[in-house]
Each structure stands twice: as C-alpha cells, then as structure tokens.
Design a protein around this ligand. Structure first.
Ligand SMILES: Cc1ncc(COP(=O)(O)O)c(C=O)c1O
Length: 452
C-alpha cells in the first residue's frame, strides 16, 4: 500500500521479525478464542451493554475475583489511566505525598493535575543507568497524606512491600502502587505482588507482560481507605467515552485465561526455564541483572533478562533472532513470555562470548537536583527553549525522560546541574534512545525552561 507509513512499517516488521523479546506480552501469537480480533466485533454501547450489570461489569468482577481484590476497573488507556485516576481519587488536591523517584510519567501527570506537594524517596543506581528498587523507606510518614510507589523497576526488580505498606497504613496513609510490569505475578516463583502486600490501589499494565492487547490495563481496589465512587468519578473525567471492544475483549479473554489451571503452570514453567538461562549464560561470563539482584536481597521477575555489556552492541548481536525491549549504555533487556519458543534465544545467547565485556558493577547515587518551585507551578509558568549544553542553572518546565524506561531524570521545577546535562548527553550518545521533553533545532538538543 502506498503512503500508509504505519501499515507499511507494520507489514515490514511482521515480514522481517524473528521472535519478539519486547512488549506487548502477547508476542504476536494469535490467542485461543481470538475471533474477537475481527472488526465485526468492534461495536459500541448497544444491546446487552445497556443492561445492568453489563458484560464488562461482569467481566471486571471475574477479574477482581482472580486477583482477590474488592473491585477492578478495565482500562483501554494502558496503566496510565489507572495510575492517574487512582492517585487523584485517593489523595486530595494540594496534599503532600511521598513519591518513589522512579515514577513513570503517568504519576507525574497526576502530580501536575492534583497540584500535590512532593517528598521524594530516592533509590540507588547500578552502573550509572540501572535503577534499583527502594530499600530504605525510613520516614514515619508524618505530615503526608499518601504514598505512591513504583514496583517493580522496568527491569523487573522489586522489594517485598508488606512492611512499608503496613507502616504507611499505621500512619493513616493510603498507598497506591504502580505495578505496571507485574500483573502476571502469582505464587512463589515471582516477586510478592502489591496486591498481596495489601496496597489500597494497584495499577497494572497487562499488555506489557500478558496476552492482552496494547493499551489494556487494570486498576484494583482493596480495603476501605479509598472510595470506589471517587475512582468512578475520576475515571469518568479522564477516560475515553468510546472504549474499544477489541481491547476490552482481550481483557475479558485474559480474565478467563487466568482462571484456567494451566495459566499458573505456564508462568511457573517459564520462571524455571528463564532462571536456568540466567545460570547458563552467567557460566559463559555474562552478568545478569536479575540474578545479581536475587543474590543481593532483591526480588526479580523471571520474565526479564537484562545482560550487562554495551547495550546497543548486544542488541545488534541478537538482531537476527528478533528485537529486544530496551538498551541503556550498559545493558540490554529482553522480555519473555509463556508460549514463546525460548530455544531461539537460548541458542543465540550460547554463541556470544560475554567475557569480552569485562563488567565491573558499581553502586551509585540516583542523580539529585535542587528544586526551585513546585511541579505544577513550573509546568504552568511561561518558558523558553534553550540549548541543553547551556542550560546549567535553568529551571525545567517539562520533564526530561529517557524512553524507555520512561522515568523522568528531571521533573518540572528542578534546577539543571552540569552533572545532569552530562548524564543526559552521554545517555543519548550511548543508548541511542530518545529523551522525551527535548527537541532538536539545527542538530542541537533544546530544553524547555522556565522564564526567570
Ligand atoms: C512503571 C510504569 N508505569 C506506568 C506506565 C504506563 O503504562 P501504559 O504505557 O500502559 O499506559 C509504564 C509504561 O511504560 C510504566 O513503565
């Protein structure tokens, strides 16, 4: 087809690609009961949808039951809508929140809209560009109304949240956990889910790891601290009024799949096999982030494989067997799912000499910036674009976010330091992934800063 750039790109991708070591979790495998993918199934509010409870409400009840929560909402706006509606419903505007610094930009959107005051919880980093889960969350939470955590990291690293959530509850705080990458966690082979840790609200991005279509997600509610009516109200404010039935049907299919006995078996089998793969390639000299993490007191998702080494080089070595999820200057990450032929990647990795890379892991501090003004004030203030290399001392107006992983390194209201400018410049050169919030003019990276 001529001049249909997206269709053309998709057709080229499908013709060329080997396997998919990236999102979405369905990996392009046609599902059982997949007839709903026909356009004839894309309808609107007609017939049975006008009844109460309608089929979507009934399906949401099945999903809620499969997670053991009080209520579940289906999102056709990814995990973004669950995160935003959850935060805005749980915490009154202008209140003070403790927020995990490895926030996704959907958390940032809620912080802007809710005009919240923020106290950051900073994680450590490994080899300058791998974010580790929060370890010490020592505050007694006084003076704040809520806690927002991101769990796991993009690379599937986690810490059991039971203690911290228990302490927050004792201090009177509700807790929202952005668990976008952990909807498949069930049982001992996987990290402890935020649902099991009794978080009040948990946002899931099912499409990231499971067999549902891109843009599907879930919000779960449990306990009595947050009102379901408030969630409904914010959901109506932020969500499309024309949800796609293809997306909704893929969530319905997922709730059905979750209730089949083979669901848990397949994920456990994947976990065992991938843990075996971590070991095998470590014996070939590779350093695998997830297995390093398990040895150092963290939990790790066995559906991820992050190998240290020059990320872009590893990606090109694996290109003949498909595309990977993410590279950073020092790593390459793959996402694995049940139903994939793992022997393809096992064979490709067995041919790589990892000893060449000579990895020395160092723990570093998460880069911290001073704050000049609250996030929402910087967002709303007049601004101008200046070259990044000349922006030291300027106050950022929009977040600067390497994508993936989509974690803002500078948020509105923070003052750019020389170190941060160097970090971003090196990142762009070595990882060759975009930094959202920058634009290019005549080859120069430009940053939007507050007029001072
Ligand atoms: C931690 C985290 N939260 C939320 C989101 C938003 O998810 P979605 O893209 O499904 O809206 C992402 C997306 O990458 C994410 O990584």
């Amino acid at each position: 087809m001529n001049e249909s750039p997206v269709l053309d790109m998709l057709e080229r991708y499908v013709r060329r690609s080997g396997a998919r070591w990236h999102m979405p979790g369905h990996k392009g495998i046609q599902p059982a009961r997949g007839t709903f993918l026909d356009w004839a199934y894309d309808i609107t509010e007609v017939g049975e949808m006008l009844e109460h409870p309608n089929p979507i409400e009934r399906s949401q009840q099945f999903m809620a039951k499969s997670y053991g929560v009080d209520r579940t909402w289906y999102s056709v706006q990814g995990a973004t809508l669950p995160v935003m509606a959850g935060i805005l419903a749980a915490f009154p505007p202008h209140s003070t929140l403790w927020v995990d610094r490895i926030l996704h930009r959907s958390v940032l959107s809620a912080l802007v809209l809710g005009r919240y005051q923020v106290r950051w919880l900073y994680p450590a980093m490994l080899s300058d560009d791998i974010i580790l889960p929060l370890t010490e969350i020592s505050p007694n939470f006084s003076g704040a109304q809520g806690l927002v955590l991101t769990h796991p990291t993009y690379d599937g690293l986690a810490k059991d949240l039971r203690d911290v959530i228990g302490r927050a509850h004792q201090g009177g705080l509700a807790v929202l956990v952005d668990e976008a990458h952990g909807s498949h966690w069930l049982g001992d082979s996987f990290p402890t889910s935020a649902v099991a840790a009794q978080a009040d609200l948990v946002a899931h991005g099912t499409h990231k790891t499971e067999a549902s279509l891109t843009q599907t997600g879930l919000l779960h509610l449990q306990g009595g601290r947050v009102s379901a009516d408030d969630i409904d109200r914010w959901w109506r404010l932020l969500a499309t009024s024309s949800p796609s039935y293809l997306l909704l049907a893929s969530l319905d299919r997922l709730q059905w799949q979750r209730r089949q006995p083979q669901y848990g078996r397949q994920w456990r089998a994947l976990a065992d096999r991938v843990r075996g793969l971590w070991n095998t390639i470590e014996n070939q000299g590779a350093v695998v982030l997830q297995s390093w993490a398990e040895r150092h007191g963290f939990e790790a998702d066995p559906a991820r494989l992050t190998i240290f080494g020059r990320g872009a080089e590893l990606r090109s070595k694996l290109a003949s067997v498909g595309e990977v999820e993410k590279v950073t200057p020092s790593t390459c990450t793959l996402i694995l799912a049940p139903g994939q032929d793992l022997s393809i990647i096992e064979k490709a990795l067995s041919g790589i000499d990892f000893r060449e890379a000579k990895i020395a892991l160092t723990m570093t501090q998460y880069p911290r910036l001073n704050t000049a003004m609250p996030i929402h004030r910087a967002w709303n203030q007049a601004g101008q674009w200046v070259p990044l290399r000349e922006a030291q001392g300027c106050v950022v107006k929009d977040a600067l976010t390497p994508y993936p992983p989509g974690v803002p390194m500078a948020v509105p209201g923070e003052i750019l330091s020389r170190e941060m400018i160097e970090w971003l410049t090196q990142w762009m050169a070595a990882a060759a992934v975009p930094v959202h919030g920058l634009k290019y003019q005549e080859g120069n990276a430009m940053v939007w800063v507050v007029d001072q």
